[in-house]
Every structure is written in structure tokens, then in C-alpha cells.
Design a protein around this ligand. Sequence first.
Ligand SMILES: [Zn+2]
Length: 376
Amino acid sequence: MKAYIQRNLPAYIQLIKTLTAIPAPSHKEQQKAEYIRQWMAALAARTGFPLNIFIDDATNVVCECFADPDPAQVTLFLAHTDTVFPDEQPIEVLEDDRVIAAPGVGDDTTNVAAMMMGIQYLAEQQLRPQQNVVFVFNSCEEGLGNLKGCRAVMERYGGKVCEFISFDGGYSKLVDTAVGSERFRICIKTEGGHSFSSFGNRNAIAVMAELIHRLYQIDAGAYPGRTTYNVGIIEGGTSVNTIAQQAEMLFEYRSDRKQSLQGIQAECAAIFQEFSEKYDMTTELLGSRPSMGEVDPKAMDQLINEVSLITQQVTGIWPKRESSSTDCNIPLSLGIPATCIGAYAGKGAHTREEYVLKDSLPAGLEILIRILLRKF
Ligand SMILES: [Zn+2]
């Protein structure tokens, strides 16, 4: 395996650069998906590796690799193709001795490339699945993608999914708890008017400020687990001498406990209700991610421990466990053991200064291959 990784390192780095250069904002992953589909099809044709490859309605590249013709249980391996950047022009990728740098290079393009190189290893070794596996290069993991790709895959395989591993982020930590969230666009409209002659008319910005003040009096710390809320963007008004006629904000809350998420949801809904009775206010739900459901703790611990042990054997470091909002939210909310770990070390995810350390790539790919080998 180490020889395969060393021999293929230049090709792996080139693949990371090629994929990173293809823009793929959430909901616009078609071009990257098509590249991956062709690459996987060529691999299957060249090696005879048993893959059934297609792009589904959610722009996921699905590669089924079954041990049984009609599987009762399947394991899913995912890596998401979308990035947080809106760019639709080719992304410039920089490389020096130490790093590959570009927006989206790590999250999640390196993991996409690593899963492709990992599958190539299985294929070239002429390995065959011992269990039923589906590799998915999925769409819409980020932000307002709202986990569309993952939801579509989970729907396709329904109750058959017995284990779920998403390659996302770096290898220093893994996700064992789903942070659920709800995101809203809230719009308030008032009659407004001239700041002097119509003084006394209701001002949409002032009403929005009052709403925000009320939301920020919620005692998130009183809920079990970790619960948070945030106003991310606020806009509105016309000019300095106009009583604002409209104001808009983006608001979200999150929790790593199902009950706490329901609690803060009810508190916010009551405040929204109160304001929409008094004012012209619309509340649009932009996204909803479920939090942790009832996952068998033994099965979950076993998965986390196996993945952690592999990581430690390769890197010498036991990965940290953390709560996060990822594709794992969907299986975890359904009670399916799931985790998320990555194949690189780097910095600056979700910023334009993002980079991946080239030194970390061989170890990361080895971790990924060893995780795949549990099924081959
Ligand atoms: Zn990601």
C-alpha cells in the first residue's frame, strides 16, 4: 500500500489540483460530477473492478460496489463535491514545495481525490467487496445546500444503510455527534416615510432590532448539550432621512441535542408568532438539519474506535472527537452509526486562504485506504 501511495503521489497531487480548479458551488456541481463519473468509468473499464456508476437527480456521482446482487445491507462512503465559494469561473490553484493552496482545496476536494485514489488502489489490487459498498461523490453538503445530496442517497438506500463514513475535513479529528440547526430569512415591512414629516411611523429597522433583542434574551446555556443562535446578516432601509420600510436578516440556531433543538425551536417560534401578529413579518425556512437520534452506543463506539485506531496507527495521534454539522447529521438522526474524518492536514477551510500540507497527503491516503479495506 505504501508503495502504491508513493508511486501515485504526483498523480494524486495533480488530481487534487485538477478537481480544485473546477468550480462547484452548492447546487452547481455538474461539471465536477461529470469529471469524476468519467474518471471512475475509465478506472472500471481498465481494471474490471465491479462498479455500477451513475449520476442521480441530486447530482451525486454514485458508484455501487456490491458483494451480493440484491443487498440487504449497505455501507456508504461519501466525499462532497461542493464548496462554499460562489465562483463559477475556474479556480486558481497555487502549489509550492510545502502546500497546495486554493479555496476549497481541502474542504472537500482533497477528500474527493483521496477517495478516487483509494478506489483505484482497491481496483488495481483486484480486491472484491466482502460487504455491499456504495461510494458517493455527493452534492450540497455546505450551507444552503442543506445536505440535499446526502438526503437523496439516504432515501435511495433507505433502511439498508448499516454504516456511513463521510470523508470530510482533516484527520486530526472526527465527528461523533450531529449538530442540528434551522436557518431563516426574516423580513419585516412597515409603512415608513420621511424621517421628519412622518416621524412616529413605524420603522422596519427598529422593529427588527427589537426582534433581535428578544431573540438574544433566550438563555441557550440553560439547554442540555451545546445550544447556540446567531444573527449572521442584517440589511434594510433606504436612506438616512427615510424611515425604513423594510429590513431583512438571516438567523440560525443550533444544538447537538434533539430535545434542546426542539426547545429553542419552540422558543423562537413563539417570538416569531408574537411579532408576526403585530407586524408585517415573513419567516422563510432556508435550511433544516436534524440533530442526533437514537444511535446504538455500542455500534457507534465500535465504529469510532476502529477509525480512531487506524488513524493512530498511521499518524501516531488519536483523533479528537467533536460535534459538527455535516452529512453525518442525516444518518445519525435516523439512528445509523456514522462518522466523518478526512485525509489531510491543512488550514483555512471556508476561506480563500485555504491550503493543504503536501506532507500530510501520504498518511491521509493511507488512513482512507485502510478504512475502505474494512469492507474488502
Ligand atoms: Zn466539508
